[in-house]
Design a binder for this molecule. Sequence first.
Ligand code: EAX
Length: 322
Amino acid sequence: MKLGTLAACLSLALSASAFAQTTTLKIGYATTKDSHYGVGSTVFCDEVEKGTQGRYKCQHFPNSALGGEREQIEAVQLGTQDLVNTSTGPVGNFVPEVKIVDIPFLFRDYDHARKVMDGPIGQDILAKFPSKGIIALAWTENGFRHMTNSKRDIVKPSDAAGLKMRTMENKVHMDGYRTFGILPTPMAFPELFGALQQGTVDGQENPIPVILSAKFAQVQNHLSLTGHVYSPALLLLSPRVWNKLSDADKKVFLDAARSAGAAQRKKVNEDENNGIAQLEKDGMKVVRNVDGNAFREALKPAYVGYAKEFGADNIKKISDVK
Ligand code: EAX
């Protein structure tokens, strides 16, 4: 065979094999591509594409384009969606062992929370997912949640009492918020901006990165830095994809997910440092002197229920992590 023909056949074979092997992964998340979820997802996708020599690429679906987080988790379980970068909000409905990390005022600060998630307690929770038809690649991060509303400043629980607040579809949160006198209204995230705009709910609670990227300052004028819940997040993969991966590619996916978590946490730190001034500039009145002890005191009756459900010793194991 002439050299020219051989070269032509080779390049054809190469491009055909490369073309044949490229798999595009659908990844969804609730907020914008330049938000903390978008930053983490982009790092994951870039590292996977590099680590698999382009055999796996991503297609991003930001801004809840594939539905609310619960819907997306179901789609990942069914295999109709490949990945979701999601808060733990609805995850407890699929993997009950996750619910313990949603307890209000459980984590002292970011350092404590990240140590727990990256340590044996957090890693043991990730190991509970495969039996429920979901692969949990790594913890990413949503951030400490703060309260916003359209009515008044919130310094102590009695200021929040009577407010109709949207919550995630999360019973642990709702049980806790009731002790503050809040009327919890569970709602999927894509419906939230409209509900705030129409006044269907008075307020909501979310981390600064979400309040920023969702532009809630346009429909909420009070922000109270309650930090009442640490909201972990997860990068979840469909077993349909995972089961086809070689051991080497599995390691690429896991390493990329850990890098994503680190990048997402860095973006959360940046948003926490710069975002509050931005939200004030956007017109929000910010309460910094929240009476955290009054909220913790009010929460005590809910802790009786949490101890019954999760075991007081398990809760203590988390709060004791230094
Ligand atoms: O994960 O639903 C929520 O409030 C979540 O924090 C949001 O979807 C980002």
